[in-house]
Ligand binder design. Structure first.
Ligand SMILES: Nc1ncnc2c1ncn2[C@@H]1O[C@H](COP(=O)(O)OP(=O)(O)OP(=O)(O)O)[C@@H](O)[C@H]1O
Ligand code: SF4
Ligand SMILES: [Mg+2]
Length: 372
């Protein structure tokens, strides 16, 4: 085992997670290649977004990164130490550092526990502080996420989706983590509430000096929040770049298609704005060569025969495509400000208007349960 560079807090090396699946015919055992040979280094203090279509392996990668599941192959290094094979006992100390915010706060919060007990639980599990100290910390955390301390005695069902997500965030922060992974932390919420929670996460990231890994479908959220973006397709990372560079000049044909899928307002651009064609192939039998070749407008015989390397494209960018130079040269800038729909612009504006959001958060804190 070799360590990571000091600025790398979390790293996967050729990591895979395959799930067993009993095929309907001949009783043949097949595997779902949910994550397949992913190498990714997360920088200390950054917000890294992971994006890709449903089923491409984002949640599986997120769970691998915090060792909620074990890899089938490859390494997951936290602070330079391979955590992939550690026992639960060995992981216990590290769990303080690696926390997860789930998409659905309702199903991730035990309905029979009060909010105070839920937020206190990680402190108790890790033997942190006396009872009174823990209680004080719970009160402070609830306040910090925009909830009144007296809510500690209530149960999750008494709260709205946005408030429950704040409870989930307080719980994730309780143990003083270094890394927080948000797996679609706002996609179940109303758009206006999404903006509040996203802005809260951003503030907390700075305040608690977190490294944040954000899984999100919404490109507005990703562009607003992340420093870098990893694009996944069928269990693999196909492009990695600084956020603004990725949006300004996507190199991989799949990234280009994802960005074009954001609707554009003018009719003559609609054809060019269509997203990627066809369905994602089954992860039970991913295509040979480049996995994207069955849907890629630039595919050649080389693509179906030979898997492209995840190659250094310069400037800290990486891309897995035989023809990325041609793809990049041919693609129009798909994400210029002028091409956004009015709806998309409203969403972007929600994230930008920090003072308004902070005011809403203060109002939410002052109000009782079920107001947001
Ligand atoms: N426990 C499991 N057992 C079997 N297959 C699984 C399991 N977990 C995930 N998979 C499969 O692995 C693939 C990747 O799933 P994953 O949930 O990681 O995708 P995702 O990108 O998070 O999708 P979504 O955007 O819908 O949340 C899918 O084909 C999924 O059905
Ligand atoms: S390698 Fe070929 S099929 Fe794959 S993305 Fe590039 S051009 Fe398309
Ligand atoms: Mg998922």
């Amino acid at each position: 085992m070799t360590g990571s560079a000091p600025d790398i807090i979390l790293e996967t090396r050729d990591v895979s997670r395959h799930f067993g699946s009993q095929a309907a015919w001949f009783g043949e055992k097949r595997v779902v290649r949910a994550v397949d040979g992913v190498s990714l280094a997360v920088r200390r203090g950054e917000t890294l977004a992971v994006v890709g279509e449903s089923g491409c392996g984002k949640s599986t990668l997120a769970r691998l990164l915090v060792r909620l599941i074990r890899p089938t192959a490859g390494e997951v290094l936290y602070e330079g130490r391979d955590i992939g094979g550690l026992s639960e006992r060995e992981m216990r100390g590290l769990r303080r550092d690696l926390q997860f915010v789930f998409q659905d706060p309702f199903s991730s919060l035990n309905p029979r526990m009060t909010v105070g007990t839920l937020v206190e639980e990680p402190l108790r599990v890790h033997g942190m502080g006396s009872r009174a100290e823990r209680r004080r910390r719970v009160d402070a955390l609830l306040q910090r996420v925009g909830l009144r301390p007296e809510f500690a005695d209530r149960y999750p069902h008494e709260f709205s989706g946005g408030q429950r997500q704040r409870i989930g965030i307080a719980r994730a922060l309780a143990s003083g983590p270094k890394v927080v992974i948000g797996d679609e932390p706002v996609s179940a919420l109303d758009v206006s509430i999404q903006a509040q929670v996203i802005n809260l996460l951003e503030d907390l990231k700075d305040e608690f000096k977190l490294t944040l890994i954000l899984i999100a479908h919404d490109l507005a959220v990703i562009r607003h929040m992340s420093d870098r973006v990893a694009v996944m397709y069928l269990g693999e990372i196909v492009e990695l770049a600084e956020t603004e560079e990725l949006f300004a000049r996507p190199l991989h044909p799949y990234t280009q298609a994802l960005l074009r899928a954001i609707p554009v307002p003018t009719p003559h651009r609609r054809a060019a704005a269509a997203g990627v064609k066809g369905d994602v192939p089954s992860p039970l039998a991913p295509p040979a060569g480049c996995r994207f070749h069955t849907r890629c407008p630039l595919a050649t015989a080389l693509c179906s025969a030979t898997k492209p390397d995840f190659a250094d494209a310069g400037g800290g960018r990486f891309v897995a495509c035989h023809y990325w130079q041609q793809a990049a040269a041919a693609a129009p800038a798909p994400h210029a400000e002028a091409h956004r729909t009015a709806a998309a612009q409203r969403r972007f504006a929600l994230y930008r208007d920090r003072s308004e959001q902070q005011e809403r958060l203060r109002t939410a804190a002052a109000a009782g349960p079920t107001t947001t």
